[in-house]
Design a protein around this ligand. Structure first.
Ligand SMILES: [Zn+2]
Length: 207
């Protein structure tokens, strides 16, 4: 996937280990995402468990392979059964394989956010909020998945293109009642990005 060059690009140049809330993140971008998740009151754990894959079936762009290797995922969301991987630049094929293998082994959904972090609606591009690839049951799909919040029930999810009616966490809207406003550009989502993007880490600790 392509990525934008606006927003927080510091991690593309050099990953700076960053302390936040007692965790040592491998990059400032990861720490910014942690602030984003906290602002939305999402429950997460960081680098909780590593996985050793041996001949794990993976489907990537139509190719079936058996993946063997080690993987320590970034964030796990116990309430959603999602893993989220943060990349400072476009994910490599090996990284894609790891995420697909994890989704197979753990029967969960895995996302790689490799678009950088930027404010929804600030780019003028089609993908108007930070976006991710999605992995389910060992299979990669190149849909742009975005954090969104439903303006009816308040559920937060990662949904296709940030549209509320694609969320699997709420059933407030359907295809006849399509809803993007109040999705990836929900005021709370935008506020969380503002807080994460404006955090300062110069003195090492809290934003
Ligand atoms: Zn809802």
């Amino acid at each position: 996937m392509s990525h934008f060059t606006n927003g927080d690009t510091s991690s593309k140049i050099k990953a700076i280990e960053t302390a936040y809330r007692g965790y040592k993140f491998r990059s400032r971008l990861e720490a910014r995402w942690a602030i984003f998740f906290d602002t939305l009151h999402l429950k997460w754990v960081y680098e909780e468990e590593g996985f050793d894959f041996i001949d794990t079936p993976v489907v990537y762009c139509g190719d079936e392979i058996l993946y063997t290797g080690y993987y320590l995922p970034d964030f796990y969301f116990p309430d959603l059964n999602y893993y989220v991987e943060i990349k400072g630049s476009t994910a490599t094929q090996q990284e894609m394989y790891k995420c697909a293998a994890l989704s197979h082994i753990k029967d969960c959904t895995v996302f790689i956010f490799d678009s950088g972090m930027f404010l929804p609606g600030s780019t003028g591009f089609d993908f108007d909020a930070p976006y991710s690839s999605r992995f389910q049951k060992g299979e990669f799909s190149d849909y742009p998945m975005m954090w969104m919040k439903c303006d009816k029930c308040g559920k937060i999810d990662i949904a296709f293109d940030g549209w509320v009616h694609y969320s699997t966490q709420c059933r407030c809207y359907d295809d006849n009642n399509r809803k993007k406003t109040g999705g990836s550009n929900h005021i709370d989502i935008c506020s969380a990005y503002v807080k994460a993007l404006s955090a300062r880490f110069e003195h090492g600790e809290q934003p």
